[in-house]
Design a protein around this ligand. Sequence first.
Ligand code: 5GP
Length: 246
Amino acid sequence: MSVKTRVYEGKAKILYTTDDPQILLAEFKDDATAFNAQKRGSIEKKGIINCSISSKLFQQLETHGIRTHYIDTPAPDQMRVKALKILPLEVVVRNIAAGSLCQQTGLALGTVLKKPLVEFYYKNDQLGDPLLTSDRLFLLELATPEQVDTIAHLALQINKSLCEFFGRCDITLVDFKLEFGLDAQQQLLLADEISPDTSRLWDNSKETDPNLRVLDKDRFRRDLGNVENAYQEVLQRVLKAIESSK
Ligand code: 5GP
């Protein structure tokens, strides 16, 4: 029986070693933070819900040829993942203007973008995850030009696949954040999680009330209430969409 060692604790997950040095165990936490951890709280059952949603989405993406770090889910709040060297980049894809895009450009909330926008942020809590220019990204040697091209291409492929999938859930994928890592062969794999914590998801069945539409972490950020219900709703719709496609 091996002793699992904690290798990293983030805001939403704890990573442990396993018997196999190529494999890590990610434990999803109920802890919730926002605004660079200035707002802290907890969302009941979030660990289990986000682990389930992420697992299903990673499996969906794999069937569309996107390589991810996902291996399996040995427990409801645990995911076994391939050990990767994570690039210090947050890759955000946007279909509709919301959040920092509205704050920084003046675009009205809900503006449908003519084409998806792919943005790179420096994953650095101390600096508040600043938006990067490509010159700054290369200055800091955060990735090579080839890696940036591959990531941008993958991000758009992932967006296309997820938009189609969430459409079947009657949900609009407004925007989301991705992280990528390199395996031992220097191949880029999708890492981290895709969940209501890392995306904006709007309910298409409640188009009349913008606040009711929100099924993601903005409910926590903006104190809209019913956070757990919203996360559960996303999970139920994801499971139903997968079931009905069998
Ligand atoms: P924004 O730049 O508008 O704050 O975020 C854009 C999208 O990326 C949102 O779906 C947001 O949830 C996600 N995102 C951006 N940065 C982070 C982050 O540091 N942590 C998490 N969980 N999500 C992020």
